[in-house]
Design a protein around this ligand. Structure first.
Ligand SMILES: Nc1ncnc2c1ncn2[C@@H]1O[C@H](COP(=O)(O)OP(=O)(O)OP(=O)(O)O)[C@@H](O)[C@H]1O
Length: 283
Protein backbone atom coordinates (compact mmCIF):
# COMPACT_ATOMS: atom_id res chain seq x y z
CA UNK A 1 0.00 0.00 0.00
CA UNK A 2 1.26 3.49 -0.83
CA UNK A 3 0.42 7.01 0.31
CA UNK A 4 -0.58 8.35 3.70
CA UNK A 5 -3.09 6.31 5.70
CA UNK A 6 -5.80 8.62 7.03
CA UNK A 7 -6.13 8.73 10.84
CA UNK A 8 -9.81 7.69 10.72
CA UNK A 9 -10.38 5.93 7.38
CA UNK A 10 -14.03 5.54 6.49
CA UNK A 11 -15.40 2.25 7.79
CA UNK A 12 -16.11 -0.71 5.56
CA UNK A 13 -19.39 -1.26 7.39
CA UNK A 14 -21.29 1.51 9.15
CA UNK A 15 -24.30 0.75 11.33
CA UNK A 16 -25.73 4.18 11.91
CA UNK A 17 -28.54 4.85 14.39
CA UNK A 18 -30.29 1.61 13.51
CA UNK A 19 -33.60 0.67 15.12
CA UNK A 20 -35.08 -2.70 14.22
CA UNK A 21 -38.59 -3.95 14.89
CA UNK A 22 -40.67 -7.07 14.48
CA UNK A 23 -44.29 -6.37 13.64
CA UNK A 24 -46.98 -8.95 14.25
CA UNK A 25 -50.73 -8.22 14.21
CA UNK A 26 -51.41 -6.13 17.33
CA UNK A 27 -47.78 -6.12 18.54
CA UNK A 28 -44.54 -4.36 17.76
CA UNK A 29 -41.30 -5.65 19.30
CA UNK A 30 -38.43 -3.17 19.15
CA UNK A 31 -35.34 -5.37 18.98
CA UNK A 32 -32.69 -2.60 18.80
CA UNK A 33 -32.81 1.13 19.44
CA UNK A 34 -30.54 3.53 17.54
CA UNK A 35 -27.54 1.22 17.47
CA UNK A 36 -24.37 2.62 15.92
CA UNK A 37 -20.97 1.06 15.36
CA UNK A 38 -18.31 0.99 12.66
CA UNK A 39 -16.45 -2.04 11.36
CA UNK A 40 -13.19 -1.41 9.51
CA UNK A 41 -11.55 -3.71 6.97
CA UNK A 42 -9.85 -6.71 8.64
CA UNK A 43 -11.59 -6.00 11.97
CA UNK A 44 -12.93 -8.89 14.00
CA UNK A 45 -15.89 -7.04 15.47
CA UNK A 46 -17.96 -8.93 18.05
CA UNK A 47 -21.50 -8.06 19.11
CA UNK A 48 -21.83 -9.25 22.70
CA UNK A 49 -24.90 -9.24 24.88
CA UNK A 50 -27.38 -11.29 26.86
CA UNK A 51 -30.04 -13.37 25.18
CA UNK A 52 -32.70 -11.23 23.52
CA UNK A 53 -30.64 -8.03 23.20
CA UNK A 54 -31.00 -8.05 19.42
CA UNK A 55 -27.62 -9.43 18.28
CA UNK A 56 -29.06 -11.86 15.74
CA UNK A 57 -31.54 -9.26 14.53
CA UNK A 58 -28.68 -6.81 13.91
CA UNK A 59 -26.75 -9.44 12.00
CA UNK A 60 -29.84 -10.22 9.88
CA UNK A 61 -30.18 -6.50 9.15
CA UNK A 62 -26.53 -6.25 8.06
CA UNK A 63 -27.13 -9.34 5.88
CA UNK A 64 -30.05 -7.43 4.34
CA UNK A 65 -32.86 -9.73 5.50
CA UNK A 66 -34.48 -7.05 7.70
CA UNK A 67 -34.78 -3.32 6.91
CA UNK A 68 -34.22 -0.74 9.67
CA UNK A 69 -37.22 1.35 10.77
CA UNK A 70 -34.75 4.12 11.64
CA UNK A 71 -31.13 4.79 10.65
CA UNK A 72 -29.16 3.03 7.93
CA UNK A 73 -26.53 0.40 7.31
CA UNK A 74 -23.82 1.22 4.78
CA UNK A 75 -21.30 -1.09 3.17
CA UNK A 76 -18.50 0.75 1.39
CA UNK A 77 -20.66 3.86 1.70
CA UNK A 78 -23.62 2.24 -0.11
CA UNK A 79 -26.86 1.79 1.83
CA UNK A 80 -27.66 -1.91 2.28
CA UNK A 81 -30.97 -2.59 0.50
CA UNK A 82 -31.11 -6.38 0.66
CA UNK A 83 -29.03 -9.56 0.76
CA UNK A 84 -25.97 -9.85 -1.48
CA UNK A 85 -22.93 -12.06 -2.08
CA UNK A 86 -20.74 -9.42 -0.40
CA UNK A 87 -22.19 -10.49 2.99
CA UNK A 88 -22.31 -14.19 3.81
CA UNK A 89 -23.73 -15.59 7.05
CA UNK A 90 -22.56 -18.64 8.97
CA UNK A 91 -25.31 -19.76 11.36
CA UNK A 92 -25.27 -21.78 14.55
CA UNK A 93 -27.38 -24.63 13.17
CA UNK A 94 -25.66 -27.72 11.77
CA UNK A 95 -28.43 -28.14 9.17
CA UNK A 96 -27.37 -25.13 7.08
CA UNK A 97 -25.80 -27.48 4.50
CA UNK A 98 -28.17 -29.08 1.96
CA UNK A 99 -27.89 -32.81 2.83
CA UNK A 100 -28.20 -34.05 -0.76
CA UNK A 101 -25.03 -32.25 -1.85
CA UNK A 102 -21.51 -33.47 -1.14
CA UNK A 103 -19.18 -31.29 0.89
CA UNK A 104 -17.49 -30.00 -2.30
CA UNK A 105 -20.86 -29.34 -3.97
CA UNK A 106 -21.99 -27.44 -0.85
CA UNK A 107 -18.98 -25.13 -1.06
CA UNK A 108 -19.37 -24.73 -4.82
CA UNK A 109 -23.10 -24.00 -4.68
CA UNK A 110 -23.12 -20.24 -3.91
CA UNK A 111 -20.17 -19.68 -6.26
CA UNK A 112 -22.22 -21.22 -9.06
CA UNK A 113 -25.60 -19.79 -8.02
CA UNK A 114 -24.24 -16.23 -8.05
CA UNK A 115 -22.39 -16.95 -11.34
CA UNK A 116 -19.18 -15.87 -9.64
CA UNK A 117 -17.20 -18.75 -11.15
CA UNK A 118 -17.52 -21.43 -13.81
CA UNK A 119 -17.81 -25.10 -12.78
CA UNK A 120 -14.09 -25.89 -13.00
CA UNK A 121 -12.96 -22.73 -11.19
CA UNK A 122 -15.65 -23.19 -8.52
CA UNK A 123 -14.46 -26.77 -7.89
CA UNK A 124 -10.86 -25.54 -7.60
CA UNK A 125 -11.86 -22.72 -5.24
CA UNK A 126 -13.92 -25.18 -3.15
CA UNK A 127 -10.97 -27.57 -2.86
CA UNK A 128 -8.67 -24.71 -1.88
CA UNK A 129 -10.93 -23.61 0.97
CA UNK A 130 -11.70 -27.18 2.07
CA UNK A 131 -7.95 -27.66 2.36
CA UNK A 132 -7.75 -24.52 4.51
CA UNK A 133 -10.28 -25.93 6.98
CA UNK A 134 -8.61 -29.37 6.94
CA UNK A 135 -11.40 -31.20 5.13
CA UNK A 136 -9.81 -32.17 1.81
CA UNK A 137 -10.33 -35.83 2.59
CA UNK A 138 -14.08 -35.28 3.03
CA UNK A 139 -14.80 -33.40 -0.21
CA UNK A 140 -16.94 -36.26 -1.54
CA UNK A 141 -18.66 -37.02 1.77
CA UNK A 142 -22.23 -35.95 2.59
CA UNK A 143 -23.09 -33.69 5.54
CA UNK A 144 -24.68 -36.52 7.57
CA UNK A 145 -21.28 -38.27 7.56
CA UNK A 146 -19.66 -35.33 9.38
CA UNK A 147 -19.47 -34.27 13.03
CA UNK A 148 -20.97 -30.94 14.14
CA UNK A 149 -17.55 -29.28 14.12
CA UNK A 150 -16.82 -30.57 10.61
CA UNK A 151 -20.16 -29.27 9.35
CA UNK A 152 -19.32 -25.83 10.76
CA UNK A 153 -15.93 -26.01 9.02
CA UNK A 154 -17.72 -26.68 5.73
CA UNK A 155 -20.03 -23.72 6.36
CA UNK A 156 -16.98 -21.53 7.06
CA UNK A 157 -15.18 -22.80 3.92
CA UNK A 158 -18.32 -22.12 1.87
CA UNK A 159 -18.57 -18.58 3.24
CA UNK A 160 -14.86 -17.76 2.81
CA UNK A 161 -14.82 -19.20 -0.73
CA UNK A 162 -17.26 -16.43 -1.67
CA UNK A 163 -14.67 -13.90 -0.46
CA UNK A 164 -17.36 -11.65 1.04
CA UNK A 165 -16.66 -8.05 2.04
CA UNK A 166 -17.87 -9.02 5.52
CA UNK A 167 -18.19 -12.51 6.98
CA UNK A 168 -21.17 -12.63 9.34
CA UNK A 169 -21.22 -15.31 12.04
CA UNK A 170 -24.19 -15.86 14.34
CA UNK A 171 -23.05 -17.88 17.37
CA UNK A 172 -21.40 -20.36 14.97
CA UNK A 173 -19.82 -22.47 17.72
CA UNK A 174 -22.58 -22.32 20.34
CA UNK A 175 -23.91 -25.81 19.62
CA UNK A 176 -20.49 -27.46 19.86
CA UNK A 177 -18.95 -29.12 22.91
CA UNK A 178 -16.46 -26.98 24.86
CA UNK A 179 -13.32 -28.61 23.44
CA UNK A 180 -14.47 -28.41 19.82
CA UNK A 181 -15.63 -24.86 20.37
CA UNK A 182 -12.20 -23.86 21.61
CA UNK A 183 -10.55 -25.60 18.66
CA UNK A 184 -12.87 -23.85 16.21
CA UNK A 185 -12.09 -20.46 17.75
CA UNK A 186 -8.41 -21.22 17.28
CA UNK A 187 -8.95 -22.31 13.69
CA UNK A 188 -11.00 -19.21 12.88
CA UNK A 189 -8.20 -16.98 14.15
CA UNK A 190 -5.64 -19.01 12.17
CA UNK A 191 -7.77 -18.61 9.02
CA UNK A 192 -7.93 -14.86 9.63
CA UNK A 193 -4.14 -14.68 10.16
CA UNK A 194 -3.48 -16.90 7.14
CA UNK A 195 -5.80 -14.92 4.92
CA UNK A 196 -3.09 -12.31 4.44
CA UNK A 197 -1.45 -14.72 1.98
CA UNK A 198 -4.71 -14.77 -0.05
CA UNK A 199 -4.64 -11.03 -0.61
CA UNK A 200 -5.88 -9.52 2.65
CA UNK A 201 -7.49 -10.57 5.89
CA UNK A 202 -11.22 -11.00 5.91
CA UNK A 203 -13.53 -8.76 7.92
CA UNK A 204 -15.61 -10.46 10.56
CA UNK A 205 -18.82 -9.50 12.35
CA UNK A 206 -19.37 -12.16 15.00
CA UNK A 207 -22.28 -12.56 17.42
CA UNK A 208 -21.94 -14.29 20.78
CA UNK A 209 -23.28 -14.16 24.32
CA UNK A 210 -20.04 -15.58 25.73
CA UNK A 211 -17.72 -12.96 27.24
CA UNK A 212 -14.71 -15.30 26.92
CA UNK A 213 -15.45 -16.06 23.28
CA UNK A 214 -15.84 -12.34 22.53
CA UNK A 215 -12.45 -11.56 24.07
CA UNK A 216 -10.72 -14.41 22.24
CA UNK A 217 -12.32 -13.98 18.81
CA UNK A 218 -12.73 -10.21 18.70
CA UNK A 219 -10.35 -7.38 18.03
CA UNK A 220 -13.14 -5.03 19.06
CA UNK A 221 -16.31 -5.70 21.04
CA UNK A 222 -19.63 -3.87 20.95
CA UNK A 223 -21.55 -4.48 24.17
CA UNK A 224 -25.33 -4.43 23.84
CA UNK A 225 -27.80 -3.88 26.66
CA UNK A 226 -31.22 -5.51 26.23
CA UNK A 227 -34.87 -4.59 25.61
CA UNK A 228 -34.38 -3.01 23.20
CA UNK A 229 -30.71 -3.54 22.33
CA UNK A 230 -28.55 -0.44 22.66
CA UNK A 231 -24.78 -0.08 22.44
CA UNK A 232 -23.58 0.03 26.04
CA UNK A 233 -19.84 0.34 25.34
CA UNK A 234 -17.11 -0.50 22.85
CA UNK A 235 -13.96 -2.25 23.97
CA UNK A 236 -10.66 -3.08 22.27
CA UNK A 237 -9.76 -6.76 22.66
CA UNK A 238 -7.06 -7.36 20.04
CA UNK A 239 -4.51 -8.00 22.80
CA UNK A 240 -6.24 -11.27 23.81
CA UNK A 241 -6.19 -14.73 22.26
CA UNK A 242 -6.69 -18.31 23.43
CA UNK A 243 -3.25 -18.33 25.07
CA UNK A 244 -4.04 -15.32 27.25
CA UNK A 245 -7.41 -16.74 28.33
CA UNK A 246 -6.28 -17.53 31.89
CA UNK A 247 -4.18 -14.41 32.45
CA UNK A 248 -5.01 -11.77 35.09
CA UNK A 249 -5.50 -9.15 32.32
CA UNK A 250 -8.00 -11.40 30.55
CA UNK A 251 -9.88 -12.09 33.78
CA UNK A 252 -9.97 -8.38 34.58
CA UNK A 253 -11.34 -7.55 31.12
CA UNK A 254 -13.97 -10.29 31.48
CA UNK A 255 -14.97 -8.90 34.90
CA UNK A 256 -15.23 -5.38 33.53
CA UNK A 257 -17.43 -6.52 30.66
CA UNK A 258 -19.59 -8.52 33.05
CA UNK A 259 -20.06 -5.39 35.15
CA UNK A 260 -20.97 -3.30 32.12
CA UNK A 261 -23.46 -5.88 30.87
CA UNK A 262 -25.15 -6.61 34.15
CA UNK A 263 -24.71 -3.54 36.36
CA UNK A 264 -27.84 -2.34 38.19
CA UNK A 265 -30.38 -0.36 36.13
CA UNK A 266 -30.26 2.65 38.53
CA UNK A 267 -26.53 2.96 37.85
CA UNK A 268 -27.07 2.74 34.12
CA UNK A 269 -29.87 5.35 34.19
CA UNK A 270 -27.30 8.14 34.28
CA UNK A 271 -25.11 6.28 31.83
CA UNK A 272 -25.25 5.83 28.08
CA UNK A 273 -28.01 3.22 28.13
CA UNK A 274 -30.50 6.09 27.70
CA UNK A 275 -31.80 6.36 24.15
CA UNK A 276 -29.50 8.12 21.76
CA UNK A 277 -26.74 8.73 24.32
CA UNK A 278 -23.21 7.91 23.15
CA UNK A 279 -21.68 4.63 24.21
CA UNK A 280 -18.64 4.52 26.44
CA UNK A 281 -15.42 3.82 24.62
CA UNK A 282 -12.52 1.96 26.09
CA UNK A 283 -9.04 1.71 24.74
N1 LIG B 1 -39.45 -13.33 14.48
C1 LIG B 1 -39.63 -12.58 15.56
N2 LIG B 1 -40.84 -12.04 15.85
C2 LIG B 1 -41.03 -11.26 16.93
N3 LIG B 1 -40.05 -10.93 17.81
C3 LIG B 1 -38.83 -11.44 17.59
C4 LIG B 1 -38.54 -12.29 16.46
N4 LIG B 1 -37.23 -12.64 16.50
C5 LIG B 1 -36.71 -12.04 17.60
N5 LIG B 1 -37.67 -11.33 18.25
C6 LIG B 1 -37.48 -10.52 19.46
O1 LIG B 1 -36.50 -9.52 19.19
C7 LIG B 1 -35.63 -9.35 20.31
C8 LIG B 1 -34.20 -9.59 19.87
O2 LIG B 1 -34.05 -10.96 19.46
P1 LIG B 1 -32.67 -11.54 18.91
O3 LIG B 1 -32.91 -12.96 18.51
O4 LIG B 1 -32.10 -10.62 17.91
O5 LIG B 1 -31.76 -11.50 20.21
P2 LIG B 1 -30.34 -12.15 20.49
O6 LIG B 1 -29.57 -11.16 21.25
O7 LIG B 1 -29.75 -12.65 19.21
O8 LIG B 1 -30.73 -13.38 21.42
P3 LIG B 1 -30.12 -14.88 21.50
O9 LIG B 1 -28.72 -14.75 22.02
O10 LIG B 1 -31.03 -15.57 22.46
O11 LIG B 1 -30.19 -15.44 20.11
C9 LIG B 1 -36.12 -10.31 21.39
O12 LIG B 1 -36.95 -9.60 22.27
C10 LIG B 1 -36.92 -11.34 20.63
O13 LIG B 1 -37.95 -11.87 21.42
Amino acid sequence: MTGVTPLHPSPLLAVDGVSLEYRTPGRVVRATHRVSFDVHAADRFVLLGASGCGKSTLLKAVAGFIAPVEGEIRLDGEVVQGPGPDRIVVFQEFDQLPPWKTVRQNVMFPLRATRKLGRKEAAERADHFLDKVGLSAFADAYPHQLSGGMKQRVAIARALAMQPRVLLMDEPFAALDALTRRKMQEELLALWEGDEADGGRFTLLFVTHSIEEALVVGSRIGLLSPHPGRVRAEINSHQFDLHSAGSPEFQAAAQRIHGLLFEAPQQSAAEPASAGAPARRYA
